[in-house]
Design a protein around this ligand. Sequence first.
Ligand SMILES: NC(=O)c1ccc[n+]([C@@H]2O[C@H](COP(=O)([O-])OP(=O)(O)OC[C@H]3O[C@@H](n4cnc5c(N)ncnc54)[C@H](O)[C@@H]3O)[C@@H](O)[C@H]2O)c1
Length: 417
Amino acid sequence: MVERKSLGVGILGAGFIGQFHVRSWQGVRDGDIVAVCSRTLKNAESLAREAVESGVGEDVAAYDDVVALVQDPRVDAIWVLTPNFTRIDVIKAITDEVISGRAQLKAIAIEKPLGRTVDEARQVLEMVEAAGLLHGYLENQVYSPGLVRAREIVWARGAASAGTPYLARAAEEHSGPHNTWFWNGATEGGGVLNDMMCHSVEAGRFLLTPPGEKSSAWLKPVAVTATIASLKWGRKKYAEQLQDTYPGVVDYTKTPSEDYAHAVFEFVNGDGEPVVVEATTSWSYVGAGLRLSFELLGPEYSMESDTLSTESKLFLSRSLEQAEGEDMIEKQNAEQGLMPLLSDESVSYGYTGENAALCTMFLHGEQPLESLESGLEVVELLMAAYKSAETGETVRWPLDLNDFVPAVAQGTWNPRA
Ligand SMILES: NC(=O)c1ccc[n+]([C@@H]2O[C@H](COP(=O)([O-])OP(=O)(O)OC[C@H]3O[C@@H](n4cnc5c(N)ncnc54)[C@H](O)[C@@H]3O)[C@@H](O)[C@H]2O)c1
């Protein structure tokens, strides 16, 4: 019998997204979770136990020290799922071990955003390249089956005869993130533009690019025009609510992070045609839960997708007393009335496809198209959008944003002053 090989994956960061990744692993064939590391051993042990109980790993080790994780001989690849402000420290710790020969690692996958600034993202990419690792940028939406399949058909049936698509619209909205560090501009790197437009702009680039091509080879950025605003959380009542829910959060009546962002990214595509990604993101959307929507428009065709238009919906009457939960949908806001039900969020949002694809490629020594270079390009597009929002002007390429830090991240943005 042929022995089946499997990539040994070490999870770094046992928070919200760590749990999502572990849940998604049920659909991954070429990799097993062999270790979990987090800031506290208790959290690492709890997620390691979850991995064992759900059958996606055996004897999963738990660590609270990243060096111990990298040096574990069963770990072939690390998934970096720690907060944005830890990127440089954790990537340095990992790559130092590899470069010094104290650890054998094949690959690394890093959550969005790659850095809080272009400079940070560039440093991350350079450290990983210096360590000679295969790398993946964890942008789940470009693996979401709804987008992948629609894109294949649009390009095969529409673009092949009528010409390339010209407009991608993408929006990601929910009612606000789940931990203090997201809300503080300095630790997060900005507000919702940084946190969620990274998804929308990359989904837009993905849809406008022919399958199998690298989006940066097909789309050359030309200009971006953006707006940011503090619509909800800068209001006194909601700023106070934030203080109560997240001790240590900044005062949103004085130095908020943006909870709304809109940007129009202009590119020239491989045919020399102008094309546009229109992205909207907000932390001020109160609906059933997380809403991701996408459209792709071309000369004789269009596609659309909306994660809240679920195939299953359920109704719970007012006489039922309900406990709060996120069992129907991520960032759920209600437990009564007519509710959408996403049967498998890990699949729908793309985590399962992402982890399956990365494990297979890493196991076979292949470099994924969605790489840390893509992550750096996304950060540059986002920083250009912040610059446009701050100056009120369209920002044009070529540009050097290496030293640019958004005013929101510096704590100097006060739209209510
Ligand atoms: N792809 C997506 O849709 C998506 C969704 C949510 C979060 N994210 C990204 O994932 C990352 C983590 O977000 P989250 O929501 O899980 O945050 P979180 O605050 O819920 O969890 C972070 C975890 O990392 C641990 N941690 C912090 N510093 C650490 C360190 N130095 N070493 C080891 N562990 C450390 C914390 O203890 C915690 O368990 C962020 O970069 C975020 O932007 C991506």
